[in-house]
Design a protein around this ligand. Structure first.
Ligand SMILES: Cc1cc2nc3c(=O)[nH]c(=O)nc-3n(C[C@H](O)[C@H](O)[C@H](O)COP(=O)(O)O)c2cc1C
Length: 190
């Protein structure tokens, strides 16, 4: 009984911590020069790959970039002092239905986006700061990132996430709006 109560207590605590982590995440664009430990990178990648995907195809690939020269090349339009980038890519070779019924439509975009958000949340939970920079579907940007990272045709960069220890502490934005919600039909009230 005591064990069950303890477990319930820790579930409640975990739930509060999980929601708190979601609600306090905010984009961080300035970083200290402290490198990001490999254990923390591994946790971000595990969290990213825990995301849901259509037909559980997991059509993704992650490129971890800590080479300063490459970071500079990938950030030429929006310079950064991030010590680490993670390019979150779709892998269109992994979008074939397992029963041989052909290719799924473009669900990979949603799958890879879900992975990207998980990655951001895992960064924040570990005391890191991160920001999603958009790549796909801007053709020039997608081609440029793919070129710099030497991606084969099937690997499509969707986002480049900048990661590091925060050197700024912006307040999380409150984006909750009742008028974004309907019940039962568009415009329906509770
Ligand atoms: C698809 C997408 C593309 C984004 N691209 C950029 C970007 O190129 N540069 C940037 O500084 N932030 C970028 N962001 C971050 C947004 O500006 C940020 O999430 C938004 O302003 C809300 O702020 P918050 O993340 O602090 O809640 C992007 C976010 C998303 C989801």
């Amino acid at each position: 009984m005591a064990g069950a109560l303890l477990m319930l207590g820790s579930c409640t605590q975990n739930k509060e911590a999980a929601i708190e982590n979601i609600m306090t995440r905010t984009s961080i664009r300035q970083y200290t020069n402290q490198p990001v430990e490999q254990e923390k990178i591994d946790i971000m990648l595990k969290a990213a790959m825990a995301a849901p995907t259509a037909v559980n195809l997991q059509p993704w690939h992650f490129i971890v970039i800590d080479d300063k020269e490459l970071i500079g090349q990938l950030s030429s339009q929006q310079p950064t002092n991030a010590p680490l980038l993670i390019a979150v890519c779709g892998d269109t070779d992994k979008t074939t239905m397992p029963d041989g019924k052909g290719k799924l439509p473009d669900f990979w975009i949603q799958d890879v986006s879900a992975a990207t958000e998980n990655l951001l949340l895992a960064a924040h939970a570990q005391g890191l700061g991160a920001v999603w920079t958009g790549v796909y579907p801007i053709p020039e940007r997608t081609a440029e990132v793919a070129r710099v990272l030497q991606c084969p045709k099937n690997i499509i960069p969707l986002a480049v996430v900048r990661v590091g220890y925060p050197a700024e502490s912006p307040a999380p934005k409150n984006k909750f709006r009742e008028d974004n919600i309907s019940y039962n039909k568009f415009g329906g009230k509770k």
